[in-house]
Ligand binder design. Sequence first.
Ligand code: ADP
Length: 611
Amino acid sequence: MSSEFVVNKTYNTNRTVAWRFVLSHIRHHWFFGFTLTLGAFGNAMLASAIPYFIGQGFDAISEEGEQAIQAIIVICFTIIGTQVLRSGVQFMRNYSAELFAQRIERDVRDELYAILLGKSMKFHDSKPVGEIMARVTNDVRELNFMMNPGVNLIIGSSMFLLAPLIASPLIYPPLILVPAIFVTLHVIVQIYFVRSVHPIAEKVRASFGDMNARLAESLDGLQVVKGTAQEDAEIDRFNSLANTVRDYYIKQGRIEARYLSFLLLGLTFVGALTHSAILYNQGILDVGDIVAYMGQIYLFGFPVFTSLFSLSRIASGLASSERILAIITEETDLGSNPTGTTQPVEGEIEFQNVSFGYQDGADVLHDISFTVEPGKTLALVGQTGSGKTTITKLINRTYDTREGRVLVDGVDVRDWNLGALRSQISIIEQDIFLFSRTVAENIAFGQDEWTQEEIIESAKKAQAHDFIQGFASGYETKIGQRGVTLSGGQRQRLAIARAFQSNPPILILDDSTSAIDSATEDHIQKAIWSAAEGRTTILITHRLSQIRWADKIVVLRQGRIVAQGTHEDLLQSSKDYQRIFARYDEPENGASADAQSADNIAANGAATNME
Ligand code: ADP
């Protein structure tokens, strides 16, 4: 399986089927699994000591005199001794179980997170965030529950199945008969039970994922929901998903309620009493033996009672690990090419007959070819949806081309080491994402080491220093999630500061935002000019002032290049371009027509002029 990034840590897990995957994680913590099993075994043995000694006590009571009292005292102290030991063993078992489960949960989450970061954007595009979140949080948590109390109780209760099998024949060998029949039938019932619960548990987990996906999406788009007064409709949709989760849980409960082992246990008590009464009549057993024996049978109550619960945990855990494994093993089509080129980037970018589509058979870019010299600025213009952003995503291999090649410094991007390539390209997206960390941390994102002076320097160049100083905590101000406490212009300048900080040879700037006041625009303009200096810059913009200033302009329409050249070239050779600029200069259109005009370049250019 290829991944976009080389995950440094090797997880060494079996990824063929769910139970093997779980086992491979268990293997990493075998020691706690061992102490857990040892503790559970000790606990069961010491628990079965109670009925055994009580049986002996009964025999002692029937004797007379001093000896009987002495025997009772010895038996009492023996029971106390075994139970003190048992509490020590229980401590070891429970502590091991917790360590075991928590470590496995941590490991699986760790592995899954690293794998998720290594997946291609194509993978993430096709998966709702909430669904992924459900897997990383709840499904991994289910694995924890599968270990503790699931596996813990299963091991513990198995010992309680084993103990009577060992202790009963010690009283009188044929007494093994009824416990052996019970254990055999009980195991069959358990296998049948897990098989019936498992498919429902899968549905429970899947429906939970759907519900989570819906929740994440509507919270993410809350503004739209409120803006369009869709609260009631959203609540209805969410309710119906919540109902589905409930229904599957109830279905699971119905299967659990039909658990046959309780009936089996009742019948076992009857069988054991009958068997021991017959042996008593034959003079083979005495009362003490019967008490001890029935005490052993009584131990079966614990596994029967707990297995219902623990087996459900195991079935749910298995269903969850299948979902986790499905993510881990899903092929991703991008390889990180760890042995690829790692040299410093000069900055030449070339597209050679590139075609690309997000979905097979639906290209959004057709036969795109252009070159940008190192250190030069290219402006991409065209209507919304014409493919400008998509072009930029092919440069750092967020996606791979379907046809044709993208070259950086004459080397196909697929032949670059992905990490080396991406670390030398900075993209400032239209929808700027800021982490809910401090301003300084956001500017320094992606760098291991930085100084406060460097951060301030970058912020100054990005025209961001002044507004950052205006915050009560300056550079230590924590930004709200998705940068909501900052205006669009401020977010953009922070992103530019981030680009200054990482000082990439290639800068891609999606400056499509048009809703910015003129003072802010002036700041941003200055920031962009200074950011573009000395590096190859690809600019997506609607602003004619910026387009004019670019070294080269590529005009797109519906995924095709309809014109390209310098501003002067295009003015000379393209009537549409001349028309746009003539209109731009007309006073009545003014600056407000700016964004509009750029879109027109593409529309008009396509209609009448194919350079
Ligand atoms: P622009 O930047 O010029 O507005 P884009 O490159 O964003 O255009 O989009 C070009 C086309 O690709 C559009 O038709 C858009 O719907 C489609 N598109 C963009 N991103 C995706 C995506 N992640 N998955 C599927 N289609 C996409």
